[in-house]
Every structure is written in structure tokens, then in C-alpha cells.
Design a protein around this ligand. Structure first.
Ligand SMILES: *[C@@H]1O[C@H](CO)[C@@H](O)[C@H](O)[C@H]1NC(C)=O
Ligand SMILES: [Cu+2]
Length: 671
């Protein structure tokens, strides 16, 4: 397993980071609290029921950063001012969000773990389950005393947010009759819908939980006054979504579909979407027929959203923004893309938040409410209003293509990298290949296939007899293990960063994609530091180690077992749970093989790394920095994300320097 290896290294570095008995106790408490989330706290966990019966937050105001805050909260919750238990929590709804943030700040500001946890038990017992769950999860991810605690995968805590109604119904029947069952889940559409061919990507539970986890590591409502600052979070917002869109396009191409079209406020939304899913309270996720137009909402209009967008286009064209204190910030430096990301996602920033508004959030809400804009029918939120469900809808990718084009407009204005910037004098990449399972090193081929994933639904209801075993299976993209073998010559001993990207060779029309057109669509596969010795170096890197992906998350049962066994290999305080699912690292390709360019670039470690005491070994241990950055401190690699393919390339010949090597590989899907 990838992270077991990482652990050994890190533990040796810092013994203080290893887990102890207190950690296991806390891990267990957290698991118990998120079990059967829609039901009252389970009576068979004595630790929880004792707290529930005896803990009164008002008696412990000193244990929180702001006691008055706690007082108001308890008052409002007990006086029915908060979202009711069976209402649907919607992060994009301003009132819901305000309530959730209030709770988060209390949980985050608790002075020790017990105060935090006691308060969480109280909140769990009094509040809307998913509002509690969201605030609690973000608190667990950010509290120093919760470092290393693993939350079970979101699709096990709230399966209703990931699975279709038919599956949930069958599972319920199985539970009632205590019958061991394996329920196959299909993708939502029918063969008549061409979008169905890529539903395996948008509807992948790992893609959905990646997206939802990413937005918990980088919440759009995060305030700069919280003590964790998040390095380059605007740029991460751009880059993670940019990469998801590029990956979606590569999957489309593998299935003979053209690239996803950016949506347009004035055109109809061509593709409808029927989620075939139901909320825990019995309300159905709304479906959207084909060809619907955007509508104004009572709270904001399509025109408002367009205006925000025009203002953003305006500053992109002008090349600068004004900070609140009046000074001008040019966008042509490395900070430019980060500022635009902050503005587009409407994070807590200094560049006149009212003027730029909330482009990204408004767009999600406009799409979600498009079938009942006036709320005449009390239709619950659509999939676009939850990070766990948004990527299922093909319109998610159309929206993000549209937003991505704003970022592209900015990047296109920057001066292309010069040869001097691109080159790494003294280092030459001589050869690159991928070696798959067959070890046939001449093949340069990666094989993908579909296999089955099992999700245990045991957590959905209380009193599911332990041994019954109700599982859902679904088809998921995967690939055979492979490694990169890179031969590089260095004139003298030095250190570099290897950057690996993948790009389809031919477009939908069958024409070869030039670098001028294709650079923006490059998919990042990996990025890692290397030590180079003078002379020839053979660098072997397993695909598994990719810094853009993470392994399959541990299930409820696996975490419980690891705790029971006190198996420290599964827990580490620096472990990152954010990342793209490893299974989907390689786009599907085609049965007869699909051509891709594998692009490898080695850059100068000493020019790139911006954290002074970061050595190669340390940097190589950081997980999933690719799309998820770091939770604290600075991202060590100071190059713009997507470097060197993020800027315009005017001419392929003058772009390629000898520290780069592009080779043709094939991705073949096994049928
Ligand atoms: C950015 O643009 C400003 C104004 O045109 C210029 O003074 C500055 O040198 C530019 N910076 C970079 C990094 O190109
Ligand atoms: Cu998102």
C-alpha cells in the first residue's frame, strides 16, 4: 500500500507524530459519532450516551474560545431557530451556511479535545444531521488535536447522497428481511443518452467523494481570521477543477465524444439529467429535462451573475485588480492566478468582494434550481448544490469548462516561457517509457479495465444485524500497475523535479493535436523530486506513487479493525485524505488502443522549491500535493500549477528544451 511506505519514512523522521492510545480512543469516538447519522445517537455506545445525558454546554462556556457564541448557539438551537432535523442541509443556502459556520467556529474553537467532542455530541443530538456532519468533518480535518483521525468515506456515512433510489430500496428490503445481499448499481441514464458513455466518470463514487473532500479541505466560506492559512487556495481551486475538466475530456475522447462544451448563460442547457436519487427525508432530487434555459431566482438573477463575470473578464483584460486599500496588484506575476481563483470562488479576499460577487456559487445555484426557480413546488436542491453529488451531472463539467475558460483567458495573456526559463542547463532527458504489468518494455502501453467496487451499507441503519452484509457493487475504471522509466543525464550532481503529464494525440476529428492547442488540456500524472548523479541516471517511478491520487479510502469496518488491532501503519498525523481516486489516474483509452503523448519535464529543484528547509526526501513524502496542496504552511513547489503547460506555447520547436522528452504511448482498455 502506498501510504504504509510513506508512514515508515515519516515515523522515523518524527516520533512525536506517531499515534498513541489517546489517539485510538479519539478515533473510535469519532467513528461512533458519525455512525447511522440520520438516527439518534446509538444507545449501545455508552461513551456517547453518557455525554448526551450529562453534558450541558452552558456549564462549560470557559472551554470555548468564545463563550457568548456558545450561549447564543444553544439558545437558538433549543428554540427551533436552526434547520429542522428532517430538512435538507444546503451549503449554498446563506442561512444554512451561516448556521453551519456558527457551529464550526464553536467546534474549531473548543480548547481541548474533550470539550470539542462533548459539544459535537450535543450538536449531533440537537441538529440537522448533514449540517452537523459537515461542520464536524471540517473541524476534524482542521483541529490540531484531530490530526491523523480518519473519517470514513462519505459514501458510507451518507450513502443516500451517492447511491440511486432503487439501490437504497433494495438495501432497505434486505435489511428488513435480514438477507445477505449484493446489489448491483447501474449508472443513471440509458443507452439513448450519449452522455451515458462517460457516466462512469462523473458518477464514480470516488470522484464524488474526492470533490466533496476537496471542498472540506478548502471550504469556500473559510475566513482568513481562522488560524490556518491556506497557501495558494485560489490557484488550487482553479487547478483542481481544471484537471477534472481535462480528465473528463480525455474520458469523452476515449468514448468517441467531443470535448465538453462550456455552458452559456443565454443558450439552453442541452443535456438534462435525472439523478434517480432520493434524500434521506424522502424528497427526490429534481431532474432536469433537456434544453432548459437559465431563469432568474428570487435572490439573484442571471444578469447579476453575468455582471460578476463581466467584471472578472474586465480585470483579466486590464491585467490588474485594486485591493481594498487602493493599491494596484498586477496579475502578470505568479500571484495573479491565485487572486483570480479567490475572486471567482468568492473566497475571503481583499479585492472588493461585493463588486465581484459570487460567480461560482451563483452558477451552481442557478443550475440546481433551474427547474423550479420560483420555488413554486418546494423542490429540494438539485445535485449541483452539494459537493458530494455535483459531478454526476454533465452540466457540472460544462459549468467548470466555462469557468476554466476565464482562467485560460488570463493565462493566455501572460508572456510565454522563454527557453532560458524552461531549460535546466546540464540536464538532458534521454528516454522515457512506461512499463506495464507484462514487463514488455517496448510496448509503452498502459492497460485500463473496469472492475467492481463493493460498498458496505451496514452503516445506513441501526440494528442491521452485524453479519447480514448488505453491499452495493458498481463498475469502476481501473488500470494495471505500471511504472515510468526515465533516463536522464546530468553534467554534475544536482536535484530536480520531475513533472509528468499526459495528453491525447488526436482530437475528436482525428487530427493530431499540436502543443499550441493541446497544452491547456494536459493531464497531470505525477510530480516528484529526484537526486541526479553526474552521468546517466535511470529514474523508476511507480504509477502508484502519484501525487495527484490517493488509494481507496478505508471503510468503516477497516478503520474499526485497524483501531482494534492498534495497527499504526494505518494512521499517521500527516496523512492526507484528499486526492483524486487512484483507480482513475489513467483515462480509459480504447479497446484497440488510444494514442497519448507522455510529456516528461525535469526542472531545477533549487529554482523551484520555495520552502527553505525542504529536502528531496521530505518533499517526496508529501502526499497528494498535486490537486490538494498542503493543509498548513507553503506548497514546496513554487512553480505555477500546471507548469510548463499553463501558458501559451507559440511554437513547439522553440518550446521543447533538452530537459523535456515527449513520447508516444498507448492506453488500451481491456474489454
Ligand atoms: C507586470 O506588468 C507591469 C505593468 O505593465 C510591469 O510593470 C511588470 O514588470 C510586469 N511584471 C511581470 C512579472 O511581467
Ligand atoms: Cu468544485
Amino acid at each position: 500500500m502506498k501510504f504504509a511506505l510513506v508512514l515508515i519514512g515519516l515515523c522515523a523522521l518524527a516520533a512525536a507524530d506517531t499515534v498513541d492510545d489517546t489517539f485510538y480512543k479519539h478515533q473510535t469516538q469519532v467513528l461512533h459519532l458519525v455512525e447511522h447519522i440520520y438516527e439518534p445517537i446509538s444507545s449501545h455506545y455508552e461513551d456517547l450516551t453518557t455525554i448526551k445525558k450529562t453534558y450541558d454546554p452552558l456549564q462549560h462556556l470557559d472551554n470555548f474560545k468564545d463563550g457568548d457564541h456558545v450561549k447564543h448557539f444553544v439558545h437558538d438551537v433549543t428554540h427551533g431557530k436552526y434547520l429542522a432535523h428532517d430538512e435538507i442541509f444546503n451549503i449554498f443556502h446563506p442561512h444554512h451556511r451561516r448556521q453551519m459556520v456558527y457551529l464550526f467556529e464553536i467546534l474549531y474553537g473548543a480548547k481541548d479535545f474533550d470539550s470539542f467532542f462533548n459539544m459535537a455530541v450535543w450538536a449531533r443530538d440537537h441538529m440537522s444531521p448533514r449540517m452537523f456532519l459537515y461542520a464536524f468533518s471540517v473541524a476534524v480535518l482542521h483541529r490540531t488535536d484531530c490530526k491523523g483521525i480518519t473519517l470514513p468515506p462519505a459514501y458510507e456515512i451518507t450513502p443516500d447522497m451517492f447511491l440511486t433510489t432503487d439501490v437504497m430500496r433494495k438495501a432497505y428490503q434486505a435489511k428488513m428481511t435480514a438477507t445477505k445481499t449484493v446489489i448491483p448499481m447501474k449508472f443513471t441514464g440509458s443507452i439513448k443518452n450519449p452522455e451515458q458513455r462517460v457516466a462512469y466518470f462523473g458518477e464514480d463514487i470516488g470522484v464524488n467523494s474526492h470533490h466533496s473532500h476537496w471542498h472540506m479541505d478548502f471550504p469556500f466560506w473559510w475566513k482568513r481570521s481562522y488560524d490556518v492559512t491556506k497557501d495558494r487556495r485560489g490557484e488550487l481551486f482553479f487547478y483542481m477543477h481544471h484537471q477534472m475538466v481535462n480528465r473528463f475530456d480525455a474520458e469523452r475522447l476515449s468514448n468517441w465524444l467531443p470535448q465538453v462544451e462550456p455552458l452559456n448563460w443565454h443558450h439552453e442547457i442541452e443535456e438534462g439529467f435525472a439523478p434517480a436519487a432520493m434524500y434521506f427525508n424522502g424528497q427526490e432530487f429534481p431532474m432536469r429535462p433537456d434544453g432548459i434555459h437559465f431563469h432568474d431566482l428570487p435572490w439573484f438573477t442571471v444578469k447579476d451573475t453575468e455582471d460578476y463575470e463581466d467584471r472578472i473578464r474586465n480585470v483579466i483584460a486590464k491585467g490588474y485588480v485594486k485591493a481594498s486599500d487602493g493599491h494596484t496588484i498586477f496579475l502578470n506575476g505568479t500571484e495573479g492566478i491565485n487572486i483570480l481563483g479567490l475572486v471567482v470562488e468568492s473566497l475571503d479576499h481583499d479585492y472588493n468582494r461585493h463588486y465581484f460577487g459570487k460567480l461560482h456559487s451563483n452558477a451552481h445555484v442557478l443550475l440546481s434550481k433551474v427547474t423550479d426557480p420560483e420555488q413554486k413546488f418546494g423542490t429540494p436542491p438539485g445535485v449541483m448544490e452539494h459537493f458530494e453529488t455535483a459531478t454526476r451531472d454533465p452540466a457540472f463539467f460544462r459549468l467548470h469548462k466555462h469557468i476554466d475558460n476565464l482562467f485560460k483567458q488570463h493565462k493566455d495573456m501572460l508572456t510565454p516561457y522563454t527557453k532560458e526559463e524552461l531549460d535546466f542547463p546540464g540536464v538532458t532527458v534521454d528516454a522515457v517509457k512506461v512499463v506495464g504489468k507484462s514487463e514488455d518494455s517496448t510496448a509503452n502501453q498502459i492497460v485500463t479495465f473496469f472492475d467492481e467496487s463493493h460498498i458496505n451499507l451496514g452503516n445506513m441503519w441501526v440494528h442491521t444485524p452485524e453479519k447480514v452484509g448488505i453491499e452495493v457493487t458498481m463498475k469502476r475504471l481501473n488500470h494495471e500497475a505500471f511504472k515510468y522509466v526515465i533516463t536522464a543525464t546530468a553534467e554534475k550532481e544536482t536535484e530536480g523535479i520531475v513533472r509528468i503529464f499526459l495528453s491525447p494525440t488526436y482530437n475528436w476529428f482525428g487530427q493530431e493535436i499540436t502543443l499550441q492547442d493541446g497544452h491547456w488540456g494536459a493531464i497531470e500524472m505525477d510530480r516528484f523530486p529526484v537526486k541526479l548523479t553526474a552521468g546517466e541516471n535511470v529514474i523508476t517511478r511507480s504509477g502508484k506513487k502519484s501525487v495527484v491520487t490517493i488509494d481507496e479510502p478505508m471503510s468503516f469496518a477497516e478503520i474499526h479493525k485497524a483501531v482494534a488491532d492498534k495497527d499504526a501503519t494505518h494512521f499517521h498525523k500527516e496523512f492526507r485524505h484528499c486526492g483524486f481516486p487512484h483507480r482513475l489516474l489513467v483515462p480509459k483509452g480504447r479497446p484497440e488502443g488510444m494514442h497519448y503523448k507522455l510529456m516528461v519535464v525535469i526542472t531545477d529543484y533549487h529554482k523551484d522549491v520555495v520552502v527553505p528547509d525542504m529536502d528531496v526526501e521530505h518533499m517526496d513524502k508529501l502526499q497528494s500535493v498535486g490537486y490538494c496542496g498542503v493543509m498548513e504552511g507553503k506548497i514546496p513547489d513554487g512553480k505555477p500549477m500546471g507548469y510548463p503547460f499553463d501558458r501559451r506555447i507559440s511554437c513547439e520547436e522553440s518550446f521543447i528544451t533538452k530537459n523535456m522528452k515527449f513520447v508516444d504511448i498507448t492506453v488500451k482498455t481491456r474489454v
